[in-house]
Design a protein around this ligand. Structure first.
Ligand code: SF4
Length: 494
């Protein structure tokens, strides 16, 4: 594993190189965990591939929700289309974070055209930065590179530096061209690398009452939890401001709701700024919730408070969890999600007495940037609840998912990304997507998730009807093939 943190460099290396991450695997969860530990894990390539995500969307995810920042996609207008969905995300999730008046998102594109790919897009970018400053007066501007700007070799870093000198605000180039990496979560690292090198400043003091939370856009559950430990959350980066991010370096600790998201920034905050990172995987399932709170208590010197909180939670929620287990006993489930969050969902299911009979997880990091095995949520889930068969690392290859669902026919499917839910529904499988990534955390989260799963399974009339009237676009021939017929050799490129 090439573990490089160098904030003097404009770019961070992609996950394939830095962490040995893969996007092709079929086997069991235990085999994946074992291969990740003993160094035998290799990527399997597909001879047919339907689609891939793009790192620009993931980089955008880390910066678009900063309240007072603007984002420029430096590329053809089409590359910016995925960014606008964050405006919706920002608005609908604002109430759960207590943001009463969410501001309009400031998302722009340089709209590179054919002639720009011949003469270069640098001047267009410089003009766009000036115009964005004039129109929305942001506290910082982030620039997302795209395949077009990367291929023509625009010197985006120099344009950003010159504009920074001229305008007096941070202008940060994020190098996240789609072709740069097949592991689109490399875009998260590009975004956080930019924040770490140009926004976060060295600590002036060390604060015991602030804990960094690297998250997507979930509800404010940490405010109540941390209050019991005498602290409050500093969310990175949804609904933050450039000012609130600047001194993330002063926090007592950093926690991540998903190491897939915050792997790189958690390590940077610890190694470059001395903020200790909570090593253990996020609190999904009782076993992990107990470990997580205890470790956080130790990190903050608040062991007694953490124990007291856990005792209260156990007393309040255990009877409800047991009642849900009784109702859900014998049910089966399939999970499709990004890596660490999907691993957390496997723990939630197993804890509720539901058998996960398979998973399509979008990529796999054998280890995270902290190099610590305790951060591996999949290893924890397998240790706590046993192996999961039909475990597929699959960067949203829907043809594989359809084939597997047709064979497994679980009682419920949990999905994390909207585009995947329809496949469950088309097979008449009740399918649940929950956007709030904090929803299933802790003891209370198990109850909430269990109730939603039960409700989803019991209200299946719509999907059963949908199945009767749906035309499956995949042929009978494909559904009769093995699901991994196109997942072939180890190593190489797709
Ligand atoms: S893969 Fe390249 S061309 Fe496609 S959206 Fe991403 S940056 Fe644009």
């Amino acid at each position: 594993m090439e573990n490089i943190i160098d904030l003097t460099m404009p770019e961070v290396s992609v996950r394939e190189i830095r962490l040995g991450s893969i996007t092709g695997f079929a086997g069991t969860a235990q085999e994946l965990v074992d291969g990740s530990r003993d160094g035998t894990l290799k990527n399997k390539t597909r001879s047919f591939s339907q689609c891939l995500g793009c790192s620009t969307a993931n980089a955008a995810c880390t910066v678009i929700l900063i309240q007072d920042a603007a984002v420029i996609s430096h590329g053809p207008v089409g590359c910016s289309t995925c960014l606008h969905e964050f405006a919706f995300t920002y608005r609908v999730n604002a109430p759960s974070r207590g943001v009463e008046k969410p501001t309009q998102r400031k998302v722009f594109t340089t709209n590179l055209e054919e002639k720009d790919t011949v003469y270069g897009g640098g001047e267009k970018l410089a003009a766009t930065i000036r115009e964005v400053k004039e129109r929305v007066n942001p506290s910082a501007i982030f620039i997302l590179t795209t395949c077009a700007s990367g291929i023509i070799g625009d010197d985006v870093e120099s344009v950003a530096d010159e504009a920074e000198d001229e305008l007096g605000i941070p202008i940060i180039a994020l190098f996240c061209e789609g072709f740069r990496s097949k592991v689109w979560t490399s875009g998260f690292d590009a975004g956080y690398h930019g924040i770490a090198r140009k926004i976060i400043k060295p600590a002036r003091e060390r604060r015991k009452d602030v804990i960094n939370v690297i998250n997507f856009w979930g509800s404010n559950v940490f405010a109540d939890w941390f209050e019991r430990l005498g602290a409050k959350p500093n969310y990175i980066t949804p609904y933050s401001t450039i000012e609130s991010l600047k001194y993330s370096s002063e926090a007592a600790a950093t926690i991540q709701i998903c190491p897939t998201l915050g792997s790189y920034l958690g390590a940077v905050l610890e190694k470059e700024y001395g903020v200790p990172e909570l090593r253990t995987a996020p609190p999904y399932g009782i076993a992990q919730t107990e470990r997580w709170f205890k470790e956080l208590g130790q990190l903050l010197g608040k062991e007694a408070e953490a124990e007291a909180f856990l005792a209260e939670q156990r007393a309040e929620f255990t009877p409800k969890i047991e009642s849900l287990r009784e109702k859900l006993k014998g049910k089966t489930a399939y999970v499709t999600a990004g890596a660490a969050h999907g691993h957390g969902l496997l723990s939630v299911l197993a804890e509720l007495g539901i058998k996960p009979i398979g998973a399509a997880i979008f990529h796999h990091d054998p280890l995270y940037d902290n190099g610590c095995e305790e951060s591996d949520a999949l290893a924890q889930a397998v240790r706590d609840y046993g192996d999961v068969k039909n475990f597929n690392v699959c960067n949203k290859q829907e043809f594989e998912l359809v084939n597997i669902l047709n064979r497994l026919r679980p009682d419920v499917m949990l999905a994390r990304h909207g585009g995947m839910t329809l496949w469950g529904a088309k097979f008449g499988i009740p399918t649940l997507l929950i956007g709030d990534e904090h929803f299933g955390m802790g003891y209370e989260g198990l109850v909430k998730y269990g109730e939603r799963i039960l409700e989803t399974i019991e209200n299946d009339e719509f999907v059963k009807n949908l199945e009767k009237h749906t035309i499956n676009p995949y042929s009978k021939w494909w559904l009769e093939q093995q699901p991994f017929a196109f997942l072939g050799t180890e190593g190489g490129d797709e």
